[in-house]
Design a protein around this ligand. Structure first.
Ligand SMILES: [Zn+2]
Length: 256
């Protein structure tokens, strides 16, 4: 009788590929459901009768925070900053300046790492860190928005909630800030939570600044007042808002 082809080596290889496929599938599912749809996290709360939006800045503080604070102050605007622990440690003065200006400070994790690269105990430490640990109703925005139901459970246990966004400024794209602002203004509506960034480099900081120079007066013209997330406040993302997020993320890049 002929020996079966392959043997244990082939079986092990098939199992490894199967495991890799399962892992890849899980990553894709987590990305789709967590980051892109955002189901179960906090996002917009559309309120036609309350013409407000929330500006949120991720990844700070940065060397460009003082310029950003100046610009916001010139427009009489307050915003919510999602900060990382490692950057706060490097620049505690920026944290105090944000506090003094009345901005809302929330957590973007200890370091800027995607949830899927963290062990459960590392993720527990990430979601427990907060720039203002004594304050109730704390928010946690996972880096890149990547999170799972497990992240939401850990965040709840830490006394906080996962908060995402409903409108992207796309200030990370290599476009000029004015064009990005016009693009955002085509879709922004009352109740939106707008994603922006504080730094991290000079090029991106300049782009965000140019974007704000167009965006802030335009919001005012439309009667959309930027407020803190505490004053919006954000609502829980359901299927409908999830599909809106997905559509906005995949819309054609601006060509103007
Ligand atoms: Zn980030």
């Amino acid at each position: 009788m002929a020996a079966p082809r392959g043997g244990p080596g082939v079986t092990r290889r098939a199992a490894a590929w199967g495991l890799l496929g399962l892992l890849g599938g899980s990553v894709l599912a987590a990305d789709l459901l967590g980051r892109q749809l955002g189901l179960g996290a906090l996002g917009a709360r559309p309120e036609p009768g309350a013409p407000r939006v929330a500006l949120t800045f991720d990844d700070g503080p940065s060397p460009f925070t003082p310029d950003l604070l100046d610009l916001l102050a010139r427009h009489g605007t307050q915003a919510t900053f999602f900060l990382t622990g490692e950057r706060v440690r490097r620049d505690p003065h920026a944290l105090q300046a944000m506090r003094d200006a009345g901005h809302q400070l929330e957590s973007h994790g200890l370091t800027h790492r995607h949830a899927l690269t963290l062990t459960p105990w590392q993720e527990a430490r990430h979601v427990s860190w907060h720039p203002d640990p004594a304050r109730p109703g704390r928010l946690y925005r996972p880096p890149w928005g990547g999170h799972s139901p497990f992240t939401r459970l850990l965040t709840r246990l830490a006394g906080a909630r996962v908060a995402l966004w409903s409108a992207e400024s796309r200030d990370w794209l290599p476009q000029d800030g004015h064009t990005l602002a016009l693009d955002l203004l085509r879709t922004v509506r009352a109740g939106d939570v707008i994603l922006l960034h504080d730094g991290p480099d000079a090029g991106r900081a300049e782009r965000t600044r140019a974007l704000l120079v167009t965006l802030l007066p335009a919001l005012q013209e439309r009667g959309l007042r930027p407020v803190l997330l505490n004053d919006l406040p954000p609502g829980r993302i359901g299927l409908r808002d999830g599909w809106r997020r997905l559509h906005a993320m995949w819309r054609a890049p601006t060509s103007r």
